[in-house]
Design a binder for this molecule. Structure first.
Ligand code: DGT
Ligand code: CA
Ligand code: CA
Ligand code: ZN
Length: 577
């Protein structure tokens, strides 16, 4: 199993919170607060903790001292913390597990484990239902009710993960299954096939003459921590990273129908089933059946299911019951931008500001991806935490870019650029004279999220009024699973962008995907054009572009809507001069 090189800020914080809880149980003083302070600082940090660690700046984070910085480095590098494992070994079995439930701190978990032998959430639920918890010291009838409520809530709001974190893992499993001689067809299904921005669990579908062997291999894959359920048609496992993976093995004749069914979304399936019912047919995971004659109409291949219902095949990214079925019937489905349509990346950081690699290293990695150009968009001076460039340093950088371009063979071009910061009043943090010399100006909001909707809207529209601004970066500021978008009147922003010819970014960084699919679609309807940017902070991050394309596809965008699917000469015409 491929190990994940990227741990999110939230994951790092979660580990530190656990350490704090465990130290508290042991009766250690002061240290728990220090760990909690560090966890709080890290989970609210706008920048990726991995990038800070690679720069060696961990102890610059307020609240993170030398000692904790070392632990954070270990988490970033290995995905776990030896110190936490040591602390855990000193605890009764199962306690750790219980503390993950909201409302159950370490002290309560210990009491439950010691007094009632509770080890799992199921044990806990049984104890609460039997009324055995209220008699423990420190517990009351109300605590019991709260425990039941929190069990329910945690089951309902099953933890979700970022697409960018899970897709590589899912592909790895898919590849391992495909390599088995007893496996015929294999496909990802569910939300991961639809490339939804967050994933609840991974669904995989396969065909095989020997399901037992396939299930055996699957249940013992490296990385599998627990087997939740095991049968010949379905096996569910939980990986060490906490993500659940469901594998279903079906017969060849049902593969298409099963793939259609298990790809979802549920809403899309419900609409599909209505079409079947209207013809007195039945649609389920086994096939499309004529109820009058019992005859199977389709089921072997997925396109056949759509065809039989009078529909063009629908790309998985569109299957959300947002009008795709009507469009498939009318023959008006969009010609979605392809995953290989992007010719360059318009949002790339380097070592000059908060990135990890040099301009040349980024260029080399971009060429390996067959790009024709990338725009170097380091931060400007006012973004201190990102070590933004002063106008003088930026001028140096532009000269450096020109030097590299001159030395290159002309098949690849570095564009000079900036990601400047939109201040509270809508002005940007570089003088016009400098902006005028750059090829690409991205302007983004990085602070002051507490402004009113009117203020934030005015602020971004003012920035777009600067004739040098080409692109609004990550236009809503959201951080998936962590921070809501700031309040902004998007229709007003989109109208201004369409009128002024400013591009809206779809930021492809896995935790951003900003604009979102739905917002990108409304922007397009308002006449907006887009730029795709990976927001790469190192050369590996350039590969995040895929998630931006997925978001664009889910937003019904075609290549023509996106400036950086154009060759360089055309791109230049789409940027404001
Ligand atoms: P997730 O896992 O929360 O990210 O989202 P999905 O879409 O992968 O949902 P999941 O894993 O619960 O189920 C996979 C697919 O199976 C889902 O997209 C559609 C299908 N499915 C599951 N439950 C139902 C259901 O109750 N009715 C229908 N029509 N389809 C369902
Ligand atoms: Ca799923
Ligand atoms: Ca599932
Ligand atoms: Zn930014």
């Amino acid at each position: 199993m491929e190990t994940l090189s990227r741990v999110t800020n939230i994951e790092v914080a979660a580990i530190l919170y656990e350490v704090a809880d465990l130290l508290e149980i042991k009766g250690v003083r002061f240290k728990p607060q220090a760990y909690r302070r560090a966890a709080q600082a890290i989970e609210t940090l706008p920048e990726d903790i991995g990038d800070i660690a690679r720069r060696g700046d961990l102890d610059d984070i307020p609240g993170v001292g030398k000692g904790i910085a070392g632990k954070v480095r270990e988490i970033v590098e290995t995905g776990s913390l030896g110190y936490l494992a040591t602390l855990c070994e000193e605890l009764p079995e199962g306690v750790q597990y219980l503390t993950r439930l909201p409302g159950i701190g370490p002290k309560k978990a210990i009491a439950l484990s010691r007094e009632l032998g509770v080890r799992t959430v199921d044990d806990l639920e049984a104890a609460a239902l039997a009324g055995r918890i209220r008699d423990l010291p420190g517990f009351a009838e109300k605590t019991e009710a709260n425990i039941l409520a929190s069990i329910q809530a945690s089951r309902a709001a099953q933890e979700r993960r970022l697409l960018g974190q899970i897709l590589p893992v899912a592909r790895d499993i898919e590849k391992r299954l495909r390599s088995l001689s007893s496996v015929g067809q294999v496909s990802l299904a569910g939300s991961i096939r639809r490339r939804k921005e967050t994933i609840g669990d991974v669904d995989i579908l396969a065909t095989s003459p020997d399901p037992k062997e396939v299930m055996e291999v699957f249940a013992t894959l490296p990385g599998v921590e627990r087997v939740l359920a095991r049968g010949t048609t379905k096996t569910s496992v939980v990986l060490a990273t906490g993500i659940q993976v469901d594998l279903r093995v079906v017969e060849d004749g049902h593969f298409g129908a099963a793939l259609q069914y298990f790809t979802g979304s549920k809403e899309h399936n419900i609409a599909m089933r209505k079409l079947a019912i209207a013809r007195n047919w039945r649609l389920n995971e086994y096939g499309l059946t004529d109820l009058a004659s019992g005859r199977t109409i389709a089921g072997e291949d997925e396109a056949g299911v759509y065809r039989a219902l009078g529909l063009a095949w629908i790309e998985p990214e569109l299957r959300e019951d947002r009008g795709e079925i009507e469009a498939a019937r009318a023959g008006t489905l969009p010609d979605l931008v392809g995953y290989d349509a992007v010719r360059g990346d318009l949002h790339v950081h380097t070592r000059w500001s908060e990135g990890a690699h040099s301009i040349e290293e980024m260029a080399e990695a971009a060429r390996a991806l067959d790009y024709e150009y990338i725009a170097i968009c380091d931060h400007a001076e006012s973004l201190h935490i990102a070590r933004g460039l002063s106008p003088e340093r930026l001028a140096d950088q532009v000269r450096e870019i020109e030097r590299i371009n001159r030395a290159a063979d002309g098949e690849f071009t570095l564009l000079s650029g900036t990601e400047c910061n939109i201040g509270m009043d809508g002005t940007v943090d570089l003088p016009d004279s400098i902006l005028a010399d750059l090829d690409v100006v991205v302007a983004s909001v990085h602070s002051g999220f507490k402004q009113t909707e009117e203020e934030l809207t005015e602020r971004v529209i003012t920035a777009m009024g600067n004739e040098h601004v080409d692109i609004i970066g990550h236009p809503t500021g959201r951080i998936l699973l962590a921070r809501e978008p700031y309040r902004i009147n998007l229709p007003a922003v989109f109208d201004a962008a369409a009128t002024l010819g400013v591009l809206m970014e779809i930021n492809a960084f896995p935790g951003r995907l900003d604009l979102s699919d739905v917002n990108a679609r409304s922007a397009r309807e308002a006449g907006v054009r887009f730029s795709l940017g990976s927001d790469a902070h190192n050369r590996e991050n350039l590969r995040f572009m895929e998630f931006g394309v997925a978001t664009a596809r889910r937003g019904w965008l075609s290549a023509g809507d996106i400036a950086n699917t154009r060759p360089l000469s055309e791109l230049r015409r789409l940027l404001r001069s």
